[in-house]
Design a binder for this molecule. Sequence first.
Ligand code: FES
Length: 135
Amino acid sequence: MSEWKTICRVDDIPVLGSRRVARAQGMDVAVFRNDQDQVFALLDRCPHKGGPLSQGIVFGTSVACPLHNWTIGLNDGCAKAPDEGCTQRFAVKVDAGIVHLNAQELATLALDMKPPTAGPHPNPPPKGEGESHTA
Ligand code: FES
């Protein structure tokens, strides 16, 4: 039997926008709402270079990634051709205007995915010290 976790009301998600849901482990999940009040959930990580899909623009049943404008399907998390790749999708249940996500999926899916790193290391080791740390 699936256990569903209550997230928010549909009305708490901006139309054509999203809301981020933090997890105990792993990256956030982005919960999207389109202009038909359909709700979708994807890992908040574009399959291209990891852009934050939660900051994209929703249209129809897709979201445009804010970084390089790839179109990602909200039903399957996959990029539209000619682009390729998919991000993790999560099951959504809407009941009486309340959005629920599957608790087991939240706890287990895509835990190994990391936010993208860009540019120089945020905390480079001091000069002369290596990067390896031993206990
Ligand atoms: S990171 Fe999303 S289109 Fe490049």
